[in-house]
Every structure is written in C-alpha cells, then in structure tokens.
Design a protein around this ligand. Sequence first.
Ligand code: ATP
Length: 247
Amino acid sequence: MLRIRNLKCFYGQIMAVKGISLSVKQGEIITLIGANGSGKSTLMEAISGLLPDWTGEVLFEGKSLKGMDPPAVVRAGISLVPEGRMIFPPMSVHDNLILGAYTMLKKKAHDEVKIAMEEVNTLFPILRERFDQPAGTLSGGEQQMLAIGRALMARPRLLLLDEPSMGLAPLIVEKIMMVLEVLRKKGLTILLVEQNAQAALAVADRGYVFETGSVVLEGAADELLADANVKRAYLGKDYEEFDDANR
Ligand code: ATP
C-alpha cells in the first residue's frame, strides 16, 4: 500500500532522514521505533506533505506523493495524527472533528461527513458526550482520542500516528492501542511512530528501528521484542529482567 525507497529528507542543509526504505501492506500495523531525533516524525511529515524537501520515492497505492500538498495527501487517502495532538483548544470538540472533514466539506460530500461523524462517535462515545465542550478542557487521553477522531473524519485508508502514547498513563495507552486494533479490524492500515516501543510492538505486525536518520533493524514485531539490542535500547532494564525471568 505504501512503498518508500531511498527517502532522504532535508531541513535546509541538514539531512534528517538518510535514505530510508520501508513498506506497509494493506491491513498491517507497522511501527517505527527509535530514540529522540532519529527522524521518525520527519518521515511522517514527508509522507503527509508537510515537509516538501525530500528525494527518493514515496508511492501510495502505486502513485507517487511527490509534490502533493497536505490536502492532496488527505484526498489521496492518508491522514496524520500529529505528535502532540495539535487540537485547537478553544474550539469545541465538534468543531475540531469537523475540521478533519475539511476536504470532504470542500467538495460538498455532506453525506460522507455524516457517516464519518457517526463512525467516530461509535468509536469514541466520550467525544459525543463532550461535543460542545472546548477541546482544551478534555483530559490528555480524550484529547488523543479527539486527534485520532479528527484524522478519521477524512475517512482515510492509511492512518499515520505520531507518538499517540506521549504523556498518557499506561491504562490510557492500552486503550489507545486497543482502538488501533479495532480500526485495523475495520480495514484501516496503520503506520505508528512510538517512543513506547513495548506498547507499539505489542499491537504491530512488523517494525523498523530508526537511528540517526537510518533504519538499523527491521522485522516481525515479536522478533524485535525479543531482540537483545532492542530490549537494551528501547524497552528498558525492567522489561529485560521481566522478560528474561518469564521466558
Ligand atoms: P522525537 O521522537 O523526539 O520526535 P524523531 O525521531 O521524530 O524524534 P525528528 O523530529 O524527525 O526525530 O528529528 C530528526 C532530526 O531532524 C533531528 O536531528 C532534529 O533536530 C532535526 N529537525 C527536526 N525538525 C527540524 C526543523 N524544523 N529544522 C531543523 N532540523 C529539524
């Protein structure tokens, strides 16, 4: 569904992504893990049209995304849930969601907007309960649900999520990951950037490990969870001890 070949991304003279290749198949959950500054968000921004300065090949359903601006990428079927959620705090929950349907409203596809809103309400009933509340008054977990809901309002086929677990309690992270599994069952394909490697690898089919702008390791999620280097670098000492004791 998504094929990236030799992608290099630039901020002026700085090359932040240094020739990455990866693929995401229809119906997969793929995770990108790696330390701060390793280029994961940059890659997401390149795919979604927010960072135009890149070389290489990014093909979505066989078509190049080169030169597409963010609305064109959304129209092509890809939505981004950005790092830090980026909701609009003074606006109501309802209005934040409607913003996600911007490209459909532009082409007057009002029936599609209604269907999308019903789907989001079914997935996140809490948002329906808070419809008229300013989005900034939601809890962190609810704001993350709103950011995901807003992305779903465009009815994407590929959902990009940049660190959805950031700043959330473990129970809420679990809930968010469960939502991703539900979405996958409904046919959505997901590319998930995460610092919380353990939570991400638990739901993902495959993963790529980033280091300073390059992919240093890739494989099935369970293989990565068992990999000594991944355990040491991204899963932490407590996990390593637990895993060693329980194998
Ligand atoms: P994090 O998990 O902290 O978000 P990341 O893996 O997503 O990290 P990126 O945000 O993609 O990493 O950053 C990759 C590199 O690009 C870093 O060295 C960063 O300093 C640099 N970078 C990111 N944004 C910019 C920018 N707007 N201008 C210049 N350099 C940038």
